[in-house]
Design a protein around this ligand. Structure first.
Ligand code: SAM
Length: 512
């Protein structure tokens, strides 16, 4: 099976990020999609150990193959491996910045196949050069640049097949590349499957995607296939579930994100929303001290991080009667205040963490290069905390005005106070969670995705109802009562029925 051969020790400075597709079935599936024909000139721009070259040779077609890699070791090994193959030319080049023959405009390839490096470290100087070669592109991520460069080198009507992180299909940072591909090429298929096909490799991407692209302007009626597979067998055998979607329709979507589960009333609600969370609330990320072990304390009830965090000294916690909001910090001995971190508990999360808010610590947060004294105009305001990352369903909880929120939380601050109860209920609802996962299927709930949530505002009577139920519930929770599933379900049902009507309208428009 596949494995990581040679990434450098310091992950964030790893320039290769090489994960090798040595699984023969996977290679042969990708080569089948590539469908090379006799006489084709093929390119492998990140050849590594040559798995795809082997796959091309196994087709028994008469092909001319060019293999490129910028690693001396890889190129030496490739030279040795293919010394007897006169149809294979191995070049030691940086595919992204090479000049000379490789980038002679007249030189194009009929077929390009690649497993490009993901997230390879780019030196700062190189980023400047890359920015000039690839304007509008996200140059910190190598795979996108590999796709862009490959498409530059693909012959008219030629085909390229890539294996990539699935996040390419919806990540905000790749929107320029998605637009280019959708506007100028014809996408045949995108197969999505778990990254477990790279066993032992923890590179943080939940899923992978094999995308097949023809260098041909898309026909306005072109349908592309998006397929979801649970495992390699399903991928290879053509199984799994799939949707045919109009390529052209993706251009109409915000940030040109692919509707991974096809179009549904929910995607329609997201795409056509007249009001979004970002229109009625500020969504911002919280503070990072730069050295949490030094500046955070855990409450006595908080058993997490025993080794890293000291327990808070009750004498040093600012009492609510002495509290006043200050962005300069306190000069008193009592200088620790509550801070919300992460999620996991809906509506009211008990105080588990305290932050050092002494004048000296605050000076440090403002000046230290590692800390993030960000969005400080939202400190000490009542709001809603939503965890930035969540593997399961996320929960939203109140941020009180004597609290702070850290960078693991997106703080949501309604523009009008009468929206608070409804928004806290909405952000805890099942429908909110489903919509958010349609906007971004990964575990990432960052502010830019939350802002896009479609909002259906209740009538003013219902807004008051939400406010009163939520504020009574918060009082109850604050007094020490346990979670009340009945109250939470009634709030969830109220949000559900509000959205059910809007979803029904979307369905009718879809059918009509
Ligand atoms: C992910 S590995 C893929 C190897 C092979 N295609 C496979 O799937 O097993 C990526 C390869 O790209 C090479 N590479 C990384 N950045 C490169 C660049 N800018 N130009 C050329 N090769 C590069 C690395 O040295 C590595 O061998």
């Amino acid at each position: 099976m596949t494995m990581e051969l040679k990434t450098q020790n310091i992950r964030h400075r790893d320039i290769c990020r090489s994960f090798y597709t040595s699984d023969k079935q996977l290679v042969s599936y990708m080569v089948r999609l590539l469908n090379p024909e006799n006489g084709d000139f093929c390119l492998e721009p990140s050849a590594g150990s040559g798995c795809f070259i082997d796959g091309l040779l196994a087709t028994d077609k008469t092909l001319r193959i060019r293999a490129i890699d910028f690693s001396n070791n890889a190129v030496t090994a490739l030279h040795t491996k293919y010394a007897c193959n006169k149809n294979i030319e191995v070049l030691n080049r940086d595919f992204l910045l090479s000049s000379g023959a490789l980038f002679d405009d007249a030189l194009t390839f009929d077929r390009i196949i690649a497993n490009p490096p993901y997230g390879g470290w780019q030196e700062y100087e190189k980023r400047i050069s890359l920015k000039s070669v690839f304007p509008n592109m996200y140059v910190k991520e190598t795979y996108g640049l590999f796709i862009a460069q490959s498409l530059n080198k693909l012959s008219p009507n030629g085909r390229a097949v890539f294996i990539l992180p699935e996040t390419f299909l919806y990540l905000h940072l790749q929107k320029a590349l998605r637009r280019r591909i959708i506007e100028t090429t014809t996408i045949n298929s995108a197969d999505i499957f778990p990254s477990a096909v790279f066993p032992g490799v923890k590179f943080g991407y939940a899923k992978l995607c094999i995308i097949s692209i023809d260098n041909r302007k898309p026909n306005p009626c072109h349908l592309m296939r998006i397929r979801h597979c649970e495992n390699l067998d399903e991928l290879i055998s053509g199984g799994g579930r799939h949707h045919e979607i109009s390529q052209y329709s993706v251009l109409q979507r915000p940030e040109f994100t692919f509707p991974l589960n096809g179009y549904s009333p929910e995607t329609q609600l997201i795409d056509e929303a007249v009001l979004r969370l970002g229109d009625i609330a500020d969504c911002v990320t919280g503070i990072y001290t730069g050295a949490d072990g030094k500046y955070l304390r855990r409450s006595a009830a908080n058993t997490r991080g025993h080794d890293k965090y000291h327990e808070a000294d009750i004498q040093k916690i600012v009492s609510s009667s002495n509290f006043y909001p200050t962005l300069e910090g306190f000069d008193n001995e009592a200088c620790f205040i509550p801070i919300l971190k992460g999620g996991g508990i809906p509506y009211l999360k008990p105080v588990l963490w305290f932050i050092d808010w002494s004048a000296e610590a605050v000076r440090q947060y403002r000046t230290d290069s590692k800390s993030r004294f960000q969005n400080s105009s939202f400190y000490f305001r009542t709001g809603i905390g939503f965890p930035m990352v969540s593997s399961g369903r996320a929960t939203a909880s109140v941020i009180y005005e004597s609290w702070l929120f850290d960078q693991s939380v997106v703080g949501i601050f309604p523009n009008k106070s009468n929206l608070f109860g409804f928004l806290l209920a909405f952000l805890n609802s099942g429908i909110c969670w489903r919509l958010l996962r349609q906007i971004n299927p990964s575990a990432n709930n960052s502010a830019k995705y939350l802002r896009r949530l479609p909002i259906i505002l209740p009538s003013s009577d219902r807004l008051s109802w939400f406010n009163s139920v939520v504020s009574d519930y918060l009082v109850k929770l604050k007094s020490g009562a346990g979670q009340d599933t009945e109250i939470e379900s009634s709030l969830d049902d109220a949000v559900k029925s509000l959205y059910a009507e809007a979803l029904q309208h979307s369905q009718l428009r879809k059918n009509g």
